[in-house]
Design a protein around this ligand. Structure first.
Ligand SMILES: [Zn+2]
Length: 534
């Protein structure tokens, strides 16, 4: 069915079906996906639609084949390929020159065909140039993928196909109809086959169209005020379970030491009988997958995404695939912030500070943000020492935690008060109890701690030298620091929404190009949902 809005000069659809179910579905509570698809402004997607049809034309002219180049040199052995690919990774044992990009960068295939113009396309109107069987309508296919994600399923061809087949209201709002009984021949209105959905997804991915639509959805929300620019950005990474397995590669490092690292298994794109002997190049079966080490040394074989958002509104602005999932989080944030500010000039104007967890608590990284971008990086404090300080402490104090909190003999945490610069010390005071009185009053340790009869309780000072690992210009015990960092966990809610509410953290495709496309599709639905709920 068509959205009843037709651009000027466009042929008006001759039939406009109205289904009473549609009216009812529009009023149901869980019908968000239906409302969004029903009201989707197709005019906003004419440019990617034209580019899609051009790319489809190219695709039909020359179906892709195994295009790996043959070389005259002796073919590389599988083991040589393993080593070459290992040493090409962003986390290679010896840095490559030039360094491998930290974030995944897609090589976009520009369509050669240019004939189809945005004004030539509309729902159900397929450009004339695509002769033969009338292809499936771009707008219907686009809606199918967006709708699948809005319903909470991964926007992947298998899932889209399943839903189109099983949910007639969904198929209809996408502009497809179920096959009539006794009619077997192809008709472009019918629910597309799995193969057609896969082809659409692949063409959209290769031509960089998912990425472009994502960017324009975010820009539209910023421009229309659905999202407001903020002074801060927040970031984090998250993992998705890979749809592949790894092998352990043994290699020698610079000093000749025997090391090992997990890496995707190898494959070839050709269909030769004997891969060991044929001249085509080996490549990673699941490029970008790597071992991700989580808390408690838990290891995950997966892909890693970097997510950046606006902490006050709790809205994700971008999600990108990390080139090599084994990359440390401290390395992904800077290039991603740079990309987001480049994509969105409004944010480049407004953003003064960025927030991250302790993976980015690094003086040289903070300096880089300041010097290159003029932005302050605030990261959760990473004590870099696991043991509490227990020696040379003021009387009455049992220990000072690695994050700089003294604990007294009675077990109370001392409140941070500030700094006395004259003698380079941090000042703390005993806290107040529930009754509003200082906990020192009536304390059993009073004799060996306070020994004065003061009502204000114990005050201590701790020298900068005792807490060498704490930067006095930005102490993590300070109220201001804590207040700023309370906004950091908002990114975890954004990630939950993208990963669980609009998809699944188990991937069903391999390679970073399809991983990035998956993130893009999820972000498109996410921003349409935000606009809808605004
Ligand atoms: Zn081959």
């Amino acid at each position: 069915m068509l959205t009843p809005r037709i651009a000027e000069g466009q042929q008006i659809p001759l039939l406009h079906e109205v289904h009473s179910d549609d009216e009812r579905l529009l009023n149901t509570i869980d019908g968000e996906w239906f409302e969004i698809l029903y009201h989707l402004r197709w005019e906003d997607y004419r440019e990617p639609a034209a580019d899609y049809y051009n790319a489809l034309y190219d695709f039909n002219q020359a179906p892709p084949q195994a295009t790996t180049e043959e070389s005259d040199a002796r073919p590389e052995t599988q083991e040589q390929a393993r080593q070459r690919l290992l040493f090409d990774r962003a986390t290679a044992p010896i840095a490559t020159n030039p360094p491998a990009p930290i974030l995944f960068q897609r090589e976009v295939v520009e369509p050669r065909a240019r004939e189809v113009q945005p004004s030539d396309v509309a729902p159900g109107v397929v450009p004339l140039r695509l002769v033969g069987r009338k292809p499936k309508c771009f707008f219907g296919l686009l809606k199918s993928f967006i709708g699948t994600s809005l319903m909470g399923f991964p926007a992947q061809p298998e899932q889209v196909h399943l839903l189109l087949r099983s949910n007639p209201a969904f198929a209809r709002v996408c502009g497809f109809s179920h096959q009539e009984k006794g009619r077997s021949e192809y008709h472009y209105h019918q629910v597309p086959s799995l193969r057609k959905l896969e082809q659409f997804d692949q063409i959209m991915t290769d031509a960089g169209l998912w990425d472009r639509i994502k960017l324009s959805e975010v820009k539209a929300n910023l421009a229309s005020g659905v999202i407001r620019a903020e002074q801060e950005l927040v970031g984090d990474t998250t993992h998705y379970h890979a749809y592949s397995s790894f092998e352990t590669v043994h290699y020698e490092d610079e000093r000749g030491n025997e090391c090992k690292k997990s890496q995707s298994k190898l494959t070839k794109r050709c269909r030769c009988e004997d891969w060991q002997a044929c001249p085509h190049e080996w490549e990673l079966r699941d490029a970008g997958a790597g071992t991700i080490v989580k808390a408690g040394k838990k290891m995950i074989w997966g892909h890693k995404a970097s997510v950046i958002g606006l902490p006050q509104q709790g809205i994700a602005i971008d999600a990108v695939a990390v080139g090599d999932a084994a990359t440390h989080d401290g390395q992904t944030f800077f290039p991603h912030v740079e990309k987001v500010l480049g994509d969105h000039p409004d944010l480049a104007q407004s953003v003064r500070r960025v927030l991250y967890d302790s993976a980015c608590d690094d003086a040289s990284l903070k300096q880089r943000f300041q010097e290159d971008l003029g932005i302050e990086l605030k990261a959760s404090f990473n004590p870099r020492r696991s043991k509490a300080i227990t020696e040379e402490l003021p009387r009455g104090i049992e220990k000072i935690t690695p994050s700089g909190v003294p604990i007294c003999l009675a077990g109370y945490e001392m409140d941070y008060q500030g700094i006395r610069y004259a003698n380079e010390t941090f000042i703390y005071r005993a806290p107040k109890g529930d009754d509003g009185l200082c906990v020192c009053i009536g304390c059993r340790e009073r004799a060996q701690c306070c020994n004065h009869s003061s009502q204000s309780g114990r005050t201590i000072t701790v020298s900068f030298d005792t807490l060498k690992h704490i930067d006095p210009s930005d102490p993590p015990m300070a109220k201001r620091f804590k207040a700023i960092m309370t906004r950091r966990p908002s990114v975890e809610r954004m990630i939950k929404r993208l990963k669980c509410d609009l998809g699944d953290d188990r991937l069903s495709k391999r390679g970073n190009d399809s991983f990035q496309a998956y993130l893009d599709k999820t972000m498109i639905s996410y921003h349409l949902l935000i606009r809808h709920l605004h």
